[in-house]
Design a protein around this ligand. Structure first.
Ligand SMILES: NCc1[nH]cc(CCC(=O)O)c1CC(=O)O
Length: 319
């Protein structure tokens, strides 16, 4: 008897469909099973309000998780950066596949680079994290830009630039790559200028914790280094007690000596959205071999950042 198709619950957005389609293909290959996409509409897809106003973290995730818990679908694919740091009872992250490019990028008119933006340039982003870091860089480098709060899917954001309403928008490289619009990028923002959101560029494949066979099968797609890195980043975020719309950037990467991986480095930043104050620190440690070790790396950096006043910089919301 052939096993029935695995049902992959997905949002309808172009980005969600692209990443679900890519994971579906990978799951077909490792399991030999058919995978069927089941579209699920979330409140976040229909609401026109700002994310921050409708409750911050995880609004896009809830409907998918409800479908998983109800047994309507077998697994779901999330952008890891959009996942709340608390793992709900009954569900598990069966795999965190190899991370895409974690950087933020600029999509600007006239192929402009960030540092060549003219005085008064209007730069769109819905993210307090991006605003804080773009404005902090601008202040310290004599750039005069105006960050403008925008919302909408990736296509909508790029259209602001093509329509001439904004000079540039800032987006994640990974999202553009996944929907096949990487050619729109006019500048890759250095990690030293803008730290990405915790988990940016990574996906999470989630299923019922009790379905041991499926957990094991999906686990074939796990990349342990990506998982350790995003675990440390999300631990930092959680220990700062900040949500996904908070102005927190974090990136963990591996420090290698030639081919030999030596250590994991974790960098973190928080700042006020106007960029007037930031706390940015980094730490290095042995490459985590367990979940707890990765969590500890994040918690320790968070403690140092809090000791330097990080908490006082996170009260703001985008508007
Ligand atoms: N907040 C929206 C969102 N969630 C995930 C991505 C794509 C990047 C990723 O998977 O990390 C994006 C778009 C963006 O930030 O430009």
């Amino acid at each position: 008897m052939t096993a029935r198709a695995l049902r992959l619950g997905t949002r309808r957005s172009k980005l969600a469909m692209a990443q679900s389609g890519q994971v579906a293909e990978a799951v077909r290959q490792v399991t030999g099973r058919a995978v069927e996409l089941v579209e699920i509409t979330t409140y976040g897809d229909t609401s026109r309000e700002h994310l921050a106003q409708i409750g911050g973290t995880g609004v896009f995730v809830t409907a998918l998780r409800d479908a998983l818990l109800a047994g309507d679908v077998d697994f779901a694919v999330h952008s890891l950066k959009d996942l709340p740091t608390a793992q709900p009872e009954g569900l598990t992250l069966a795999a965190v596949p190899l991370r895409e490019d974690p950087r933020d990028v600029l999509v600007a008119r006239d192929a402009l680079k960030f540092t060549d933006l003219p005085r008064g340039a209007r730069v769109g982003t819905g993210s307090p994290r991006r605003m804080a870091q773009l404005n902090a860089y601008a202040r310290s480098h004599g750039l005069e830009i105006e960050t403008v709060a925008i919302r909408g899917n990736v296509d909508t954001r790029i259209r602001y630039v093509h329509d001439g309403e904004l000079d540039a928008v800032v987006l994640a490289a990974a999202g553009l790559n996944r929907i096949g619009r990487a050619d729109e990028v006019t500048d890759f923002l250095s990690i030293d200028t803008v730290l990405p959101a915790p988990g940016q560029g990574a996906l999470a494949i989630e299923c019922a914790a009790g379905n041991a066979d499926l957990v094991a099968a999906l686990g074939e797609l796990d990349d342990p280094f990506t998982r350790a890195a995003v675990t440390a980043e999300r631990s930092l975020l959680a220990a700062l007690e900040a949500g996904c719309s908070a102005p927190v950037g974090a990136l963990a990467d591996l420090l290698a000596d030639g081919q030999i991986v030596k250590e994991m480095r974790l960098r973190g930043v928080v700042g006020t959205t106007d960029g007037s104050r930031t706390v940015q620190l980094s730490t290095t440690g042995p490459v985590p071999e367990t979940h707890d070790q990765a969590m500890t790396l994040g918690r320790e950096l968070a403690a140092e950042m809090l000791a330097q006043g990080a908490a006082g910089l996170m009260g703001e919301r985008a508007h």
